[in-house]
Design a protein around this ligand. Structure first.
Ligand SMILES: *Cc1c(COP(=O)(O)O)cnc(C)c1O
Length: 466
């Protein structure tokens, strides 16, 4: 394989870093996000040769150049194999047919029933390995709209070298989501319920990363949100896995991705840049539709937050979109930094030529709650398959956009329906039972602390508990 990838900031103000350096940070020091300096370019024959690999073998092939010399190959292999052994389906990410050239990619067979497990099972083990090697102890801090929190806690709680603090918006996550986080045992595990929305959580986390002087000496913050490059990297794999199963690279495939922070779909964009024949990438949003407004009308401005049946996508600002914008700005960090300083203060748009490039790659649609419930009911009546509300948004978006009917359209099924019983009930159906490993969830003891919507309240809590 080619030389190992290095990482630079989207704002242009940071020297190239190695994989383990970016693994142990969050945002780049200049406020940007880390992106690879270059992507591995895969030839048609190289992709075709991966057809018979199982999920873990494929993952190892894809991520090796991104990790480089940071982790020995045998260790990396062990980490990946162990991570996906915890999934409850032999194919890890099975495909299910929904209709004519219409597919679901089931990404909910991990321990916490959402796609976040694909990255966070690996991230926890990567951290463990690197921290033991360097004899460091770190503080993991993350904000969650629901699913990241439990997946991060599940992925990292066994690590002896971390204290993990997860902020969720108080009373704005589903009961299953809350219980999945607050019932995780462990001396090093802390849940904070913030009296605000997800964007408040995200803002406070960002501010804590920017000024870490509240921490004891020799400690640093590590990010588990999708600003952490390792998460994006692990999500590239299932695009290849699904496309290969459907006939790639001889054939193109399209994907519809229920989108919040733009992490998952950005991984799809990278797969395409690496040479996977992806035809369309559909950005599927709920009422919180900043990305849909941008794609459809070149309007990149913040609107008010809506609470919906798909809470993991109730997000005003999609932080990972900056990684895509970096490419759109021809990797000119200074130009992007200037653009991002204006963001949130005024209505932003890009040039006509840039906007055409965006639309050559992405489609988008916004789906409201009533439609989401209707799609859940209709798909269940027609196929017996029960969609979770995020997946339903994805399925509907795929049906709304114009597309080539001969190209398979794969919707990422991002969560198990048992996690979102409220939406299932609103669709007039009864929620499925929780899978066996979570059957006693409602009787487990919960531990969490409610905190005010205030940076100091959060950093004081961390400083006294880590
Ligand atoms: C996190 C999440 C999303 C959104 O993913 P992004 O990477 O933030 O775009 C969609 N659906 C579910 C179920 C999620 O947990």
């Amino acid at each position: 394989m080619a030389v190992a990838v290095r990482y630079i900031s989207t704002r242009g103000g940071c020297a190239p870093q190695t994989f383990d350096q970016v693994l142990l940070t969050g945002l780049a020091p200049d406020g940007g996000l880390f992106v690879p300096t270059s992507l591995p370019q895969l030839k048609h024959e190289e992709i075709a040769a991966w057809r018979d690999l199982n999920y873990a073998e494929l993952a190892l092939q894809i991520v090796t150049p991104f990790v480089g010399e940071s982790i020995e190959q045998e260790e990396l292999k062990r980490i990946i194999v162990d991570s996906y052994a915890a999934f409850d389906h032999a194919d890890v990410a099975p495909l299910t047919q929904l209709g004519e050239e219409e597919w679901l990619l089931e990404l909910f067979h991990g321990p916490t029933l959402a796609f976040k497990d694909f990255a966070l099972q690996v991230l926890g083990r990567l951290l463990d390995y690197v921290l033991v090697k360097t004899r460091q102890r770190v503080v993991i801090l993350g904000a969650t709209s629901g699913d990241t929190g439990s997946a991060a806690l599940e992925g990292c709680r066994h690590s002896h070298n971390v204290d993990i603090f997860i902020l969720h918006p108080h009373q704005r996550v589903s009961e299953v989501q809350r219980r999945q986080m607050t019932s995780v045992p462990g001396e090093n595990v802390y849940n904070l319920a913030l009296e605000g929305n997800f964007d408040d959580c995200q803002r406070i986390v960002k501010a804590a990363f920017a000024d870490q002087s509240f921490l004891p000496e020799n400690r640093q913050l590590v990010a588990v949100n999708s600003i952490n490059w390792a998460r994006i990297m692990m999500q590239i794999v299932y695009y290849f896995h699904a496309a290969l199963r459907l006939g790639a690279p001889e054939r193109a495939v399209s994907f519809s991705v229920p989108t919040g922070n733009f992490g998952d779909i950005y991984a799809g964009y990278l797969a395409k840049q690496m040479g996977l024949p992806i035809d369309r990438l559909v950005i599927a949003t709920n009422k919180n539709d900043i990305l849909h407004r941008f794609i459809s009308g070149n309007d990149y401005s913040v609107a008010a937050l809506n609470k919906t049946y798909s809470p993991s996508m109730d997000i005003l600002v999609s932080s990972n979109f900056e990684r895509y914008l970096f490419d759109l700005f021809e990797r000119d960090g200074a130009a992007l930094a200037a653009f991002m300083t204006r963001f949130g203060k005024e209505k932003l748009s890009v040039s006509e030529a840039q906007w055409r490039r965006v639309r050559a790659c992405f489609d988008s649609a916004s789906v409201d709650d009533a439609t989401t419930c209707r799609v859940i009911a209709e798909v269940h009546a027609q196929t017996g398959i029960l969609l979770d509300p995020h997946t339903a948004v994805g399925v509907q978006a795929a049906r709304l956009v114009e597309r080539d009917p001969t190209v398979p359209m794969v919707t990422l099924a991002t969560a198990h329906p048992a996690k979102f019983s409220e939406a299932i009930a609103a669709a007039g159906l009864s929620a499925p039972a929780l899978p066996e490993q979570l059957a006693d969830l409602f009787t487990r003891e919960e531990r969490y602390q409610v905190v005010g919507n205030d940076l100091a309240a959060v950093t004081d809590y961390i400083a006294t508990h880590c």
